[in-house]
Design a protein around this ligand. Structure first.
Ligand code: COA
Length: 184
C-alpha cells in the first residue's frame, strides 16, 4: 500500500478525498460535487459487517454483477462456503443506515496473505466511493489481524476494476496466477 490516500485534485480541479490511513470504513468528508454525486449522497452510505438476513440480497447482488458463471462460482453456494468459515470477513454497504444493500465484498486471511474477493457495487450506485469504502473496511480488519499484505486477482480485461484498485493504492505485480479446479 504505497500510494498517497490523502485528498488530491483531479484533472478537472474536483476535490478527491480518500481516507489517509486504514482507520475508518466510512466515506471521507469533503465538500463539493464528486463524480456527479453530491457528497451527502456519498456520505449516506454505511459499510457494516455481514449480518444474518443479508444472504439472499448479497447472493442476488453478486448474481446480477458477476452472473452465475461456472458452478464453483455460483454466488449462493460460494457465499455459504464463505460463511461456513465463520471468519467474519464479509461486508456490505447500505444506502444509509438500514437502507438497501448496494455493495458487498469478501476477504480471506490465512496467516500469510489477505485476499479480497467479489467486490461488487450495484450498477446504479457506482462512482460514489462505495467499493473504496468496502475495500477499506476489509483492509482495516485484515491489518487489525496482523495481515502484512493483501492480494487480489482481477480479469486482465477488466479495466474499471484495475483503475479502482490502482486508485486505492494497489499495484499490478509481476506474477503468474495459476489455479486448479478440485473435485468436491
Ligand atoms: C469495480 C467496481 C467494484 C467499482 O465500484 P465503485 O463503487 O463504482 O468504485 P468507487 O466509486 O469506489 O471508485 C473509486 C475510484 O476507482 C476508479 N474507478 C471505479 N470505477 C471505474 C471505472 N468504471 N472506470 C474507471 N475508473 C474507475 C476511479 O478512480 C474512482 O474514483 P472517482 O469516481 O472519484 O473517479 C464496480 O464497478 C463493480 O461492481 N464492477 C463489476 C464487478 C467487478 O468487476 N468487481 C471486481 C472483481 S473482484
Amino acid at each position: 500500500m504505497g500510494s498517497d490516500h490523502g485528498p488530491r485534485l483531479s484533472q478537472g480541479g474536483i476535490p478527491r478525498c480518500r481516507p489517509r490511513r486504514l482507520e475508518s470504513a466510512v466515506l471521507p468528508q469533503c465538500g463539493g460535487r464528486i463524480g456527479g454525486m453530491t457528497t451527502s449522497a456519498r456520505n449516506r452510505v454505511r459499510v457494516r459487517g455481514f449480518a444474518e438476513g443479508d444472504r439472499d440480497v448479497v447472493v442476488a447482488l453478486w448474481a446480477r454483477v458477476f452472473g452465475e458463471g461456472a458452478p464453483r462460482n455460483a454466488p449462493g453456494p460460494m457465499l455459504d462456503r464463505k460463511l461456513a468459515q465463520g471468519d467474519g470477513l464479509v461486508w456490505v454497504a447500505e444506502d444509509g443506515p438500514g437502507g438497501a444493500i448496494v455493495g458487498a465484498v469478501a476477504a480471506g486471511y490465512d496467516g500469510v496473505r489477505g485476499w479480497i474477493y467479489h467486490l461488487a457495487v450495484d450498477e446504479a450506485h457506482r462512482r460514489r466511493g462505495i467499493a473504496t469504502a468496502l475495500l477499506r473496511a476489509a483492509e482495516v480488519e485484515l491489518a487489525r489481524r496482523g495481515c502484512p499484505k493483501v492480494n487480489l486477482q482481477v480479469m486482465g480485461n477488466n479495466a474499471a476494476v484495475v483503475a479502482l484498485y490502482e486508485a486505492a493504492g494497489y499495484a499490478v505485480e509481476d506474477r503468474i496466477s495459476m489455479g486448479r479446479v478440485l473435485d468436491v
